[in-house]
Design a protein around this ligand. Structure first.
Ligand code: N01
Length: 529
């Protein structure tokens, strides 16, 4: 059967770009389809003020090319969105990727033709493509969630979503602004919007934990040291559950004497960033240990926020790290500003959006602009927007009606020759995305090469292997406190979405080992035909 391409890759973010590069290196014909007009994925769309990565720049970067590592110069501890987007564009140019990327084209359908063993792919531009493999690289947090609040269309001023921000930027100078949401995107953007706006009103449903970034320009001497030792740093990172090279204190928080515990929390707090959760090894395993970290952060809020009532509203009541921990620059301090109002909507949802603002708890709030910092339909949202149909014409959305099921987070029973980079059931969002993406891409590229060498047309996981994997993902999830709260990890932010803890929480090293065993055992758990 003739095809247009060996592989169609959906998305030109970091996953899609590296996938294209690897397939080309191995002599496969691949084409990337990208809805945006440029590369960068998350960093192309999320242009809200203050957007930056919460993994340190030197670690949130590709490691497949030593030359790339050496020539690229990160300027800040945590890179801004524009800097990361420049990096993505540099990679696209350096590896001449654009000639195989079709921009401003959204894949609408991918249907597996069982008689020809070919995927028939369609785009919103009317393209019809035949390819042996479909590889999704659509990102885990790329389908913006616009809440169904009554009256949203009635608002007369501009409405912005942090996950789909205007490319030309937004200047809030002199404006009154309403913000719905207090997740990572809000926590990064609120301090900057507050500096610009005449008045900012923040509507908070759930208070969130955040740790200071202590962002700073990178010292050239430090960068030089990192560059001299990149391979060792990457190797160490691969031994850490999150794929990030930071030191995990193996002690138990609750078994550590109080003064020493406080000292260690203070030390991590002063250093800043996500490594705070590695202050002790049991913060996400033991409720009491978690309480010690939560209480520490709560005490910090009371130290910073001057108005005790506001401090109380900002104080999270739930488990720290259960929802994704945020990393901020001056978030709580922002609520000391006279032009910022915090509205607690935890006990009663927003009643409706009005022409000039919104009504909540029987009160009307007016503003010129509305910002929805309301997150994403995570992990499955983007995948299920495409009409993906496998054997027997069965739709992926029907197959996953009760939650996503996959083998290794990479493949799905009934969907031959389909690979999902950082799909549900893989570590993805619980790790540094770049090394996780690279590991998936390498797995897929090596797999395609093996199939070609063996003269195999089709690879598909078997039911037993998938069930066992889904069982393992669920068992790991049940061990941690992370699966216990209403987060996007479990789909709780999307009304009607099945409650399933979607990522694999066994850690990157265990996951890599599982993938390696599968390959070593001749693609154990798959049928090759
Ligand atoms: O989205 P979120 P996000 N009425 O889902 C609220 C990554 N990221 O875009 O918590 C009122 O976390 C919702 O309330 P609640 C990172 O992995 C990374 O901020 O559901 N409120 C919540 O406060 C992150 O976790 C970076 O009660 C409503 C907020 O909206 C993920 O992306 C930066 C509502 C949504 O928070 C998502 O972050 C930014 C409603 N109807 C993001 N619906 C980095 O630093 C929702 N909310 C790399």
């Amino acid at each position: 059967m003739s095809t247009d391409f060996d592989a169609v890759i959906i998305g030109a973010g970091f996953g899609g770009m590296y996938m294209l590069h690897r397939l080309r290196q191995k002599g496969f014909a691949a084409r990337v389809f990208e809805a945006g007009s440029g590369v960068g994925g998350t960093w192309y769309w999320n242009r809200y003020p203050g957007a930056r990565c919460d993994v340190e720049s030197v670690q949130y970067s590709y490691q497949f090319s030593a030359e790339l590592e050496q020539e690229w110069e990160w300027t800040e501890r945590y890179a801004t969105q524009p800097e990361i987007l420049r990096y993505a564009n540099h990679v696209a140019d350096r590896f001449d990727l654009r000639r195989d990327i079709q921009f401003e084209t959204r894949i609408t359908a991918a249907v597996f033709d069982e008689t020809a063993n070919v995927w028939r792919v369609e785009t919103d531009k009317g393209d019809k493509i035949a390819a042996r493999f479909v590889i999704t690289a659509m990102g885990c947090l790329s389908s913006p969630n616009t809440p169904k609040i009554e009256g949203l269309a009635d608002f007369k001023g501009p409405t912005y979503h942090t996950g789909n921000w205007p490319h030309e930027g937004v200047d809030f100078t002199g404006k009154t602004v309403g913000v719905i949401g207090t997740g990572s995107s809000a926590i990064q953007s609120i301090p900057i919007m507050a500096e610009q706006a005449r008045h900012l009103t923040v509507f908070q449903r759930t208070a969130n934990y955040t740790v200071p970034a202590h962002n700073k320009p990178l010292d050239p001497a430090y960068v030089a040291k990192v560059k001299a030792h990149y391979p060792e740093m990457r190797k160490r990172a691969k031994t850490k559950p999150a794929g990030i090279d930071f030191v995990i204190n193996m002690a138990s928080a609750i078994e550590t004497p109080e003064a020493e515990r406080r000292r260690l929390f203070e030390e991590r707090w002063a250093y800043g960033g996500l490594g705070f959760m590695a202050s002790f090894s049991d913060l996400l395993l033991n409720d009491e240990s978690n309480q010690t970290a939560a209480d520490f952060v709560r005490s910090k809020i009371r130290e910073v926020v001057k108005d005790p009532k506001t401090a109380e509203i900002l104080t999270p009541k739930n488990i720290i790290g259960c929802k994704r921990l945020c990393v901020d620059t001056g978030y709580w301090e922002t609520f000391n500003r006279p032009n910022v109002t915090l509205v607690d909507i935890s006990d009663k949802p927003i009643e409706r959006i009005t022409a000039n603002g919104l009504s909540a708890k029987g009160q009307d709030y007016t503003f010129d602009c509305l910002v929805l910092a309301t997150g994403f339909d995570a992990m499955t949202g983007a995948l299920l927007k495409v009409d993906i149909r496998g054997r027997g014409g069965v739709a992926l959305k029907d197959k996953w009606r009760e939650g996503p099921k996959s083998y290794l987070g990479l493949t799905v029973v009934g969907f031959p020759n389909l690979f999902t980079i950082t799909g549900p059931g893989s570590p993805s969002v619980l790790t540094n995305m770049l090394p996780s993406i690279e590991q998936h891409v390498d797995f897929i590229a090596d797999c395609l090469e093996t199939l070609r060498a063996k003269g195999v047309n089709v690879i598909e996981p078997i039911d037993e292997a998938q069930e066992a994997w889904v069982g393992q993902v669920g068992d790991f999830a049940n061990i941690t406190l992370r699966s216990t709260c209403s987060s996007w990890y479990v789909g709780a932010n999307i009304p009607g979405k099945p409650r399933v803890f979607m990522p694999y929480i066994g850690g990157l090293p265990a996951y890599i080992a599982a993938c390696e065993t599968v390959v070593k055992n001749d693609y154990e758990g798959f049928v090759l035909a």
